[in-house]
Design a protein around this ligand. Structure first.
Ligand code: AMP
Length: 187
């Protein structure tokens, strides 16, 4: 089972991803987590990515594609994977199609968790005030920037899958359990 999960910052994507991981015994492939590991390990890639991430901007498609290509061929992905935070640009989506074709793999479900911008901003303010995370990009200015970037770069990707009739949009403005229920109905 291979899944793509879309959702702007604050949509509850992480929580829903976890439910799917447990249900299908698949792994989460989060490009954001992979980048944060590089930053922590202070690799060259991590050093390059850090400033971009702290500003809420996007790391280059080239870096992301090379990470993804290496990741999805690992043995733990055999049972399937959930792509979280990827693809984020049209270029990444088109490249992903090529990579999957060469590996003879398919995406089974493309899911978008949809949340109004106004509610996202409210959630962000709450998240920041409660946050004790060490994420440098968890401050309101950067989160707002990330929402903007999501609208500019990632909504066209969502449209790409919608036009291919592959997209399932879920109302993310309900209780967590209701969102999960709606997602699980797709399977
Ligand atoms: P996330 O944890 O998915 O919100 O990602 C955190 C940050 O990592 C983003 O704000 C981007 O700077 C970077 N990033 C993660 N995934 C991607 C991607 N697919 N393309 C470009 N940048 C990414």
């Amino acid at each position: 089972m291979n899944i793509i999960l879309f959702g702007p910052p604050g949509a509850g994507k992480g929580t829903q991803a976890e439910i799917l991981i447990n249900k299908f015994k698949i792994v989460q492939v989060s490009t954001g987590d992979m980048l944060r590991e590089e930053v922590k390990a202070e690799t060259d890639l991590g050093k390059e990515a850090k400033l971009i991430m702290d500003n809420g901007e996007l790391v280059s498609d080239q870096i992301i594609m090379s990470m993804i290509k290496k990741r999805i061929v690992k043995s733990d992905c055999k049972n399937g994977f959930i792509l979280d935070g990827f693809p984020r640009t049209l270029k990444q989506a088109i490249e992903l199609d090529k990579v999957l074709e060469s590996l003879k793999l398919n995406i089974d479900k493309v899911i978008e968790i949809n949340v109004d911008e106004e509610l996202l901003l409210k959630r962000i303010i709450k998240r920041v005030s409660e946050s004790k995370t060490t994420r440098n990009d968890d401050n309101s200015e950067t989160l707002k920037k990330r929402i903007q970037v999501y609208k500019n770069d990632t909504l066209p990707v969502i449209k790409y899958y919608r036009d291919l009739n592959k997209l399932h949009t879920i109302n993310g403005m309900q209780k967590i359990e209701e969102v999960s229920k709606d997602i699980l109905k797709l399977f």
